[in-house]
Design a binder for this molecule. Structure first.
Ligand SMILES: *Cc1c(COP(=O)(O)O)cnc(C)c1O
Length: 362
C-alpha cells in the first residue's frame, strides 16, 4: 500500500544524530569521555541559581531573555541587542537553516564538520555540500571554490569538532570577504572559550553584515544537560531569527543558571587552564604510546590509529576497562577515536589503558 502522506523533501535523508554513549552494561565505574563535557560540571553559582528558580515553576518564562543577553553582553563585550538565545546552539543552527536555506539552496560545511550542519540543512529542504579539509584543517580556498550562486550558508566550527584544529582570524576574514553575495558565514564557537584570547569571531560579526557566531553553555560551562546556547549576529539577521524562535523556548531555570555561569568568569578560566594542562599531558602520553594527534585547541583529542581495525579494537579494549570514548567513523575518520579531556584521574586511566592496548599489539 502506498500512502499519500509524505514528509517534506530531505527529511527522510536525515540519519539520526547519535549522542555519545554514556553507560556500559554491568559496570558502575564508567569514565565517560565521549561527549566533550566539562569533567568538573558547572559553576556552583549556576547550580545555586537553578535551585532558586524552582520557586517559580508555575510562571511562564520571559520571552525576551534580556537578563541573560545582558549578562552575555557584559562579560564578552557584545551588544545584547544582537544576541539570540536558544535551546542549545543547535537551535540557532536550525533557525539559520530554516530562515535562509530551502529547496534548491546549498549549505556548505567541511568534510569533518559537526553532524548538525547536514541535519539542519536537510531538515530545511536544502542541499548540504561537504568540502574537503587539508590534513584535517579547514581549507578556506576549498570552501570558496565550492561556493556559488546557490550558496546560502557556510558552517565552520572553529575550533572544529571532531578534529580539534582551528584557523586564524585572517583566514576567517578572508573567508567572510570571499563569499558570494547573499551567503552567510556561521562561525560555530562551541569550543571558543578553550582558546585564550580568541573572541569566537565576535569581531568579524561586528565589522561585517554576513557573519554569525554561535556559542554554547554545553562545553566549558558544564551545562550540556541544561540545553542552552546563543547566537551573535547583525541586527537584521537577529530580527529574522526572532520571528521563527518559539517565544517560550527557554525556561527561567535555564536562563538563570546560564546567566550565573557566564558571570562566573574565574571558574571558566580555571576550567580552561586545567583543560589545557591535561590536554597537553594526554596528547604527549598518547604520542609516547605511538598514538599521534593534531594539536588540539578544544577539550578533546582526536587520537589517530594505524587503521580502522586498530581504532575499533582499542575502543573495545577501552570499553572492557570501563572507558567510553567516541568513535568517529560517522565523521569519515574510521581510524580515529575522539577522547574528551577529563579530570586528571580519567586522563591517566585512558592513557594507561591505550598504552596496555598498544603494548599487547607490538
Ligand atoms: C557540542 C557542540 C555544539 C553544542 O551544541 P549545543 O546544542 O549547544 O549543546 C555545537 N557545535 C559543535 C561543533 C559542538 O561540538
Amino acid at each position: 500500500m502506498t500512502s499519500d502522506i509524505k514528509p517534506q523533501p530531505g527529511i527522510m535523508e536525515i540519519d539520526l544524530y547519535e549522542g555519545g554513549q554514556s553507560t556500559i552494561e554491568g559496570r558502575t565505574d564508567v569514565v565517560k569521555l565521549s561527549s566533550n563535557e566539562n569533567p568538573f560540571g558547572p559553576s556552583e553559582a549556576a547550580t545555586e541559581a537553578f535551585r532558586r528558580s524552582m520557586h517559580q515553576l508555575h510562571r511562564y518564562p520571559n520571552t525576551h531573555h534580556l537578563p541573560l543577553r545582558t549578562a552575555i553582553g557584559e562579560v564578552w563585550g557584545l551588544d545584547p541587542e544582537r544576541v539570540i538565545c536558544g535551546v542549545g546552539s543547535d537551535e540557532i543552527l536550525t533557525l539559520l537553516c530554516q530562515a535562509y536555506a530551502g529547496p534548491g539552496d546549498e549549505v556548505v560545511h567541511t568534510e569533518h564538520g559537526f553532524a548538525m550542519y547536514r541535519i539542519s540543512a536537510l531538515a530545511a529542504g536544502a542541499t548540504p555540500v561537504s568540502v574537503p579539509e587539508s590534513e584535517r584543517v579547514t581549507d578556506v580556498d576549498a570552501i570558496l571554490a565550492a561556493c556559488n550562486r546557490k550558496t546560502r550558508l557556510v558552517f565552520i566550527a572553529n575550533p572544529n569538532n571532531p578534529t580539534g584544529t582551528m584557523i586564524g582570524g585572517n583566514e576567517l576574514a578572508r573567508l567572510a570577504d570571499g563569499l558570494p553575495r547573499g551567503a552567510i558565514l556561521v562561525l560555530d564557537g562551541a569550543y571558543a572559550e578553550y582558546v585564550e584570547g580568541y573572541d569566537g569571531g565576535a569581531d568579524l560579526v561586528d565589522s561585517r553584515d554576513n557573519v554569525v557566531m554561535t556559542r554554547t553553555f554545553s562545553k566549558i560551562y558544564g551545562l550540556g544537560g541544561l540545553r542552552i546556547g546563543y547566537g551573535y549576529a547583525p541586527k537584521p539577521i537577529i530580527d529574522v531569527l526572532n520571528r521563527l524562535r518559539g517565544p517560550f523556548n527557554l525556561s527561567e531555570a535555564q536562563m538563570a543558571a546560564a546567566a550565573a555561569a557566564v558571570r562566573d568568569v574565574a571558574y571558566m578560566e580555571k576550567c580552561r587552564r586545567e583543560n589545557a594542562r591535561m590536554r597537553n599531558w594526554l596528547a604527549e602520553a598518547l604520542a609516547e604510546h605511538g598514538v599521534p594527534s593534531d594539536t588540539s585547541c578544544a577539550n578533546f583529542i582526536l587520537a589517530r590509529f594505524a587503521d580502522a581495525e586498530e581504532a575499533e579494537a582499542c575502543d573495545e579494549h577501552l570499553k572492557s576497562e570501563g572507558i567510553i570514548v567516541r568513535r568517529v567513523g560517522g565523521y569519515n575518520l574510521p581510524n580515529c577515536l575522539r577522547i574528551t579531556v577529563g579530570d586528571e584521574a580519567s586522563c591517566r586511566r585512558v592513557a594507561h589503558t591505550v598504552g596496555t592496548f598498544k603494548g599487547r599489539r607490538q
